[in-house]
Design a protein around this ligand. Structure first.
Ligand code: SF4
Length: 116
């Protein structure tokens, strides 16, 4: 089985092909740097994503947030429940931790804008 992917690690968007046999990776082609090969490997074994979203501030304003590192793609639904239940006390600054070690993933949910 061949899986075709677009590498999302950088804007170049290399087209990757992954040859799979019984779920195991036999060959990866199309990447032009090691990060692309790693992306294809991760995508076919344990896909990861950085998540961007928003959290309500205590005054009702919407505060942009993101995960500080990638988390397993299959945890995104649970992550959004955590984010939707969170609230930020103002002022908020870039890098403020809203949820530490969210879902035990090692990633923090952090603020991505300065809001006074
Ligand atoms: S393979 Fe390397 S150069 Fe190509 S899109 Fe991925 S990160 Fe960018």
């Amino acid at each position: 089985m061949t899986r075709e992917l677009t590498c999302i690690v950088c804007p170049k968007g290399c087209q990757l092909k992954v040859e799979l046999e019984n779920g195991a990776i036999k060959e990866i082609t199309g990447y032009t740097c090691p990060r692309g090969k790693q992306y294809a490997t991760d995508e076919c074994t344990h896909p990861m994503r950085t998540v961007t979203s928003t959290v309500r501030a205590t005054d009702g304003r919407v505060i942009p947030v993101k995960t500080s590192r990638t988390i397993p793609k299959e945890r995104m639904f649970d992550l959004m429940k955590e984010i939707n239940a969170a609230a930020v006390t103002l002022p908020a600054h870039i890098g403020d931790v809203v949820i530490a070690d969210v879902l035990g993933t090692g990633a923090d949910v952090v603020v991505t804008a300065n809001i006074e």
